[in-house]
Design a protein around this ligand. Structure first.
Ligand code: NDP
Length: 502
């Protein structure tokens, strides 16, 4: 990091070095709490992406030739170094995206686990010896894909990046990252962590820039073997179409409209705590936000009353203050989207039970703050119940039967996550099995682990992060078939012996 005019500056991270972009252009990163400048980063474009892909290509042979144990050792060191640098990363992450400190402490403290878990996978992953018949030794090898591209959003800059980088690195790939232009600093700093851990230069490269320029250059690059994108569903479709032109693999973690299903056997306090946690964490800017609260009609009024009461007490304020419970939205644009959807909800006839505006207070005026917002009298057909708002807005919808709850939860184009709240074990599993989504929590929400597959059904995405499957999706299988026989096998010999191929 260097500084001009007191503004910190971070270059791109290519081949282990920090460098300016070819054009010399810079992006300004602003703090959503008051619009002040957090810093500047180099703004990359096609030529910079080409440079980064070249660096990753040059590093590939040596990195992929390392044993899983060697890769695992470097990743374990990276986990330790990352842990020691968390206080610094934490402050910058909060300044970039405005998420409250108490949430970011909890989230970032988990990141080293991804490197220890996938480092251990690299060290211990076993290949297979499929049956092939007598006289043969048949085995599979997991071979890295090559140079892969990671395109990441702003809402969990380090977590989402880590979910992609750790399995890719463990499997022996090299990579180029295009982070969101709103939150590129911490992905750049991760490069320093890896360098200190002994990761060879060129394995991890970062080119900040815009989706339409650097993102497009990366995802359409013919030397990229897999694009792993987290973003909106429309972005996912556009990127998948382009990647398809090069037969580039794609993993896409896309939008969601998660439901929180509350059955009447759950105490009201517990239901309300669940709904608030699901809906308002990260100011609602998470792909698994509990955007629809499906409540059994018999407890609906009690739950809504208590939800409104407790939501009114949420402390909105400076995200760096450990007491703050709700920070600003990430940008003016994002707040504009939320405001438009709240107007749409009112026009559709939903009832605003709480929120629906900007909070007042001189310390909040300069930031992109918005009150946590609760709509009741919502039907599942309304746009506010169907489209991703990506803000602190929850739509409460009553249901009468288990079948109706499942139909409501499944009744969107998305299929990322649902939480089911009940003490009835059989019901919990029955409902889970009927849900068309990639993640089901029972009596929990937002829970994540590096070992546990994460991804969506339907328009919420393709592929999985986390777990063995994420590692395997960063490899391709090579099948090695060894004929143990020394006997001559001569297909064309005219020796009267019937030939067979097996
Ligand atoms: P976007 O889809 O706007 O952007 C995601 C990334 O893609 C950004 O880096 C963006 O760059 C880039 N990009 C945009 N267009 C292109 C393109 N044509 N080619 C290549 N890259 C492109 O998403 P947001 O950043 O606004 O993040 C919010 C979205 O992410 C939500 O829809 C949310 O649901 C989803 N998400 C999904 C998660 C999951 O696990 N399923 C987790 C978290 C978020 P730029 O920033 O310059 O536009």
């Amino acid at each position: 990091m260097t500084a001009t005019h007191d503004v910190p500056f971070w270059g791109m991270f290519i081949a282990g070095k920090s460098c300016a972009s070819r054009s010399g252009k810079r992006l300004i990163v602003k703090n959503p709490k008051n619009g002040t400048i957090v810093g500047e980063v180099a703004e990359g474009d096609r030529q910079d992406i080409d440079d980064a892909v070249e660096a990753a290509t040059n590093a590939l042979a040596a990195w992929s030739a390392r044993s899983g144990a060697e890769r695992g050792d470097i990743m374990a060191r990276a986990a330790d170094i990352l842990r020691s640098r968390l206080p610094e990363l934490l402050t910058i992450e909060i300044d970039q995206i405005g998420r409250p400190r108490r949430e970011m402490v909890a989230q970032l403290a988990r990141l080293p686990e991804w490197f220890t878990y996938f480092g251990a996978v690299a060290r211990t992953h076993e290949d297979t010896v499929p049956p092939f018949g007598n006289g043969f030794l048949n085995y599979t090898r997991r071979v890295p894909l090559g140079v892969v591209g990671h395109v990441t959003p702003w809402n969990h800059p380090l977590l989402i990046l880590t979910k992609k980088v750790a399995p890719a690195m463990a499997a022996g790939n090299t990579m180029v990252v295009k982070p969101s232009e709103l939150a590129p600093i911490t992905p750049l700093l991760l490069g320093e962590v890896f360098k200190e851990a002994g990761l060879p230069d060129g394995v991890y490269n970062v080119v900040p820039g815009f989706g339409a320029t650097a993102g497009l250059a990366l995802t359409s690059h013919p030397d990229i073997r897999k694009v792993d994108l987290t973003g909106g569903t429309e972005t996912g479709k556009a990127v998948a179409a382009i990647a398809g032109g090069n037969l580039t693999r794609i993993a896409a973690e896309l939008g969601g409209k998660a439901s929180v299903i509350v059955f009447p056997d759950v105490e009201v306090d517990k239901s309300v705590a669940a709904a608030m946690f699901a809906s308002f964490i990260a100011t609602g800017q998470t792909c698994v936000q509990g955007a629809r609260l499906l409540v059994h009609r018999s407890v609906h009024d009690q739950v809504v009353a208590e939800l409104v009461r407790r939501t009114a007490n949420i402390r909105i304020g400076d995200p760096q203050d450990p007491k703050t419970q709700l920070g600003p939205l990430v940008s003016e644009k994002q707040r504009g989207i939320v405001e438009r959807y709240v107007n749409i909800g009112l026009q559709e006839g939903a009832t605003l039970a709480f929120g629906g505006g900007r909070p007042e207070g001189s310390d909040l005026d300069q930031g992109y703050y918005y009150k946590p917002t609760i709509f009741t009298n919502v039907t599942n057909e309304m746009r506010i119940a169907q489209e991703e708002i990506f803000g602190p807005v929850v739509c409460v919808i009553p249901f009468d039967t288990e079948e109706e709850a499942v139909a409501l939860a499944n009744g969107t184009q998305f299929g990322l996550a649902t939480s089911v709240w009940t003490r009835d074990l059989a019901r919990a599993h029955r409902v889970a099995h009927a849900l068309q989504c990639g993640i089901v929590w029972i009596n929990d929400h937002h829970r994540i682990d590096p070992a546990s597959p994460w991804g969506g059904f339907k328009m919420s995405g393709i592929g999985r992060e986390n777990g063995l499957i994420a590692y395997e999706e960063y490899t391709q299988i090579q099948n090695v078939i060894l004929n143990l026989s020394e006997e001559l096998f001569d297909w064309y010999a005219e020796d009267g012996v019937e030939k067979r191929y097996s």
